[in-house]
Design a protein around this ligand. Structure first.
Ligand code: SIN
Length: 365
């Protein structure tokens, strides 16, 4: 083979492997330098799409009234950081979130992320249940491409509305390679939180989201994401859950623990046919005796899966600590809040009724 033939062959080999070289370790193709990311904005309602009577109305406004096109038009700077398209998936205040909306949203997100012309997704959402939607998607999205959920604490009509800057930052984050493989992210107030830990902590303040002791993942600053940590728990493309063929999820409810508690809500949920109950216990997931523990034992005997969680907000619920979980065949929630334990239990029940397997899922996700 002469020199020029040899060079041609080397070029041919390089052109063949180039697409592979462009695949970063996450399996998501690296973007060509200088090219804007294609970001889809899925709108679902919330205060970010809310309107108040005056510019000083920051409570008592109406959530979920502004459509996705107006949300995008209100932030012309979006065009400078991504090629954005919008879609209204539904329009609700997020206290009305339910399993059916979650399934619809997850299916749409998964369909869009399969497209080569979608690099990332922003979901605009009410803040009241944003943490639950984020965790649900964190378990069922089948892609490593960024999914960023964003909300606002002040309606779009308010003085110093936080929606536009949050949407701008979320769009940058969803189009960034730094966010690939990080799981579903929640972004408000320049703080990037992971779906598993994030929770709303103040009813009205713009600085409301915390990941408490486990900490948030990073900041948005000066048009860039800065990550400092990432979750060690499995998520998105690495989970065993698949909702593509589901129209409903198993019935699971939460029973809140408090002094002087009685067994009525537990019995009512069992009678209603629940497949699982999450008990938001006091302290380390403790169960009141004699009112609550016998009711949960009775429920378990009827086949209902019992998860002991805690209303405290931080810390591990110790297995065989405040209850004999092995003997009673209960599951503990690890560090998951009751509302997130409910989500994992619903998804777990789509796979198995085996309490050992379910316990393992609580230590995995
Ligand atoms: C909602 O969750 O839809 C209302 C509250 C908010 O978005 O801040």
């Amino acid at each position: 083979m002469n020199h020029s033939q040899h060079d041609r062959n080397r070029w041919a080999i390089l052109l063949c492997v180039l697409p592979l070289l462009l695949l970063c370790s996450s399996g998501v193709p690296a973007r060509e330098p200088g090219k804007l990311a294609n970001v889809m904005i899925l709108a679902t309602g919330g205060t970010i799409a809310g309107t108040g009577a005056t510019s000083t109305t920051t409570v008592g406004y109406t959530a979920a009234t502004v459509g996705v096109d107006r949300l995008i038009q209100a932030v012309p700077e979006l065009k400078t950081v991504a090629n954005v398209k919008g879609e209204q998936v539904f329009q609700i205040a997020s206290e009305n979130m339910n399993n059916e909306y979650w399934l619809k949203l997850a299916k749409r997100v998964n369909a869009l992320l399969k497209q080569d012309d979608v690099d990332g997704i922003v979901i605009t959402h009410g803040t009241d249940t944003i943490e639950e939607t984020a965790y649900f998607l964190n378990l069922v999205v089948k892609s490593k491409k960024p999914v960023v959920i964003v909300g606002a604490m002040r309606p779009s009509t308010a003085m110093s509305a936080d929606g536009p800057i949050n949407l701008y930052n979320a769009t940058i984050l969803a189009g960034s390679e730094a966010a690939v493989g990080k799981g579903v992210l929640v972004l408000l107030n320049d703080q990037i939180n992971g779906a598993r830990e994030v929770t709303k902590t103040n009813t009205a303040n713009a600085d409301t989201f915390r990941s408490w002791e486990l900490g948030f993942l990073g900041y948005m600053q000066d048009n860039k994401p800065y990550f400092y940590r990432q979750s060690t728990r499995r998520h998105t493309a690495d989970t065993e859950f698949d909702v593509s063929n589901l129209d409903t999820l198993p019935a699971v409810d939460i029973v809140y623990g408090y002094a002087n508690m009685n067994r009525l809500p537990i019995d009512a949920f069992v009678a209603a046919g629940d497949k699982g109950i999450v008990h938001a216990g006091v302290g380390d997931g403790s169960l009141a005796r004699p009112a609550v523990e016998p009711a949960l034992i009775d429920a378990r005997k009827k086949g209902v899966i019992i998860v002991r969680s805690s209303r405290v907000g931080n810390g591990i619920v110790a297995r065989n600590g405040e209850a004999k979980d092995d003997e009673l065949d209960f599951v503990v929630s690890d560090t998951l809040s009751p509302q997130k334990a409910r989500i994992l239990l619903m998804l777990a029940l789509t796979k198995t009724n085996d309490t050992k397997a379910i316990q393992q899922m609580f230590y995995t996700y």
